[in-house]
Write a new protein. Structure first.
Length: 306
């Protein structure tokens, strides 16, 4: 069986750490580099419950999208849950590797997986990353994806597609999908950014898309974005060139559960990772995807109880 260092080399070829955002620290979090890797488990979040399931499954390596250490942590003792997770991972010989914003931007990574499942064609990164090797291979990389649907579809119908695909091919969630816009309006061009996306409204507006699919949208940024979109549409209708496109409001917004849309990446990772390890080492590890819902929400109430 390959050792952990060999597996990490493969992972960081598929999902290069140089693609990560400056504030992010993905990669190996826990592990002995000499340890043999025969079984890999994938999951969205390294929660205590997920770690228990990975250990029970006999995993030598747990690969998650979300980090164990997202913000600065100054201890891994027994006073906090992170210290307990690290202790148990070492105790049972299970390494932890995180593919976070590096996997967001990679070819066949988080952004592309969601865009592909939503049916987008003619894709390109929303925020490109310069990588001559990827460009030579015809695989442009970067945060998010911009593409178009094969034919226009009503916003409400596209939102239903997003909900169905996220729940069927990502993670079942009680949070649901929220939509901002005229449900009957046709949409064709789409921007997708799995994860928190309200910091990229300017880039989405510059792309001139009809609808933006992302997560964690907050009241004030969304209100500002849709009000600006409506204002620009009124100006274009009056013959004043402001913003992108025709007199329609754009972009409309679709807000998805954060971990659920990002989990769509594992449809690719469970195929790509073991295949690449086999190519590099001659050995193919067993892989398992834990579909356990790690969304913190357990209920979404949208109407009065009858």
């Amino acid at each position: 069986m390959p050792n952990l260092k060999q597996v990490i080399d493969v992972l960081e070829t598929l999902y290069p750490l140089r693609y990560a955002e400056s504030w992010d620290e993905p990669g190996l979090i826990v592990g002995d580099l000499s340890q043999s890797i025969g079984k890999i488990v994938f999951a969205a979040d390294p929660t205590s419950a997920i770690v228990d399931q990975a250990i029970e499954a006999g995993a030598d390596l747990l690969i998650t999208h979300h980090p164990l250490y997202f913000r600065a942590v100054h201890e891994t003792g027994g006073l906090g849950f992170r210290g307990d997770i690290v202790r148990r991972l070492y105790q049972y010989g299970c390494a932890l590797w995180v593919g976070h914003t590096n996997a967001d931007s990679a070819w066949r990574g988080v952004g592309q997986a969601a865009a592909d499942h939503f049916g987008l064609i003619d894709q390109k990164p929303l925020v490109p990353i310069a990588d001559p090797d990827a460009e030579c291979a015809g695989h442009p990389v970067g945060l998010g994806r911009v593409g178009r649907l094969p034919e226009p579809i009503a916003l409400g119908d596209f939102a239903q597609r997003v909900f169905d695909e996220v729940n069927d091919h990502g993670m079942a969630t009680a949070l649901g999908v929220q939509v901002c816009g005229d449900l009957d309006s046709p949409v064709e061009t789409v921007a997708v950014l799995p994860g928190s996306g309200d910091s990229l409204f300017n880039e989405v507006r510059a792309a001139g898309v009809d609808v933006y699919v992302t997560s964690d949208l907050r009241h004030h940024p969304v209100t500002d974005a849709i009000e600006q979109a409506r204002y620009e549409a009124r100006m274009r209708a009056a013959g004043i060139a402001l913003g992108q496109g025709d007199a329609r409001t754009r972009p409309y917004l679709i807000n998805t559960p954060h971990a659920a849309i990002e989990s769509m990446w594992f449809n690719y990772a469970v195929e790509d990772v073991p295949a690449a390890i086999e190519t590099a080492t001659g050995e193919r590890p067993d892989v398992t995807w834990l579909h356990t819902t790690t969304d913190p929400w357990t209920l979404s109430i949208t109407s009065h109880k009858q």
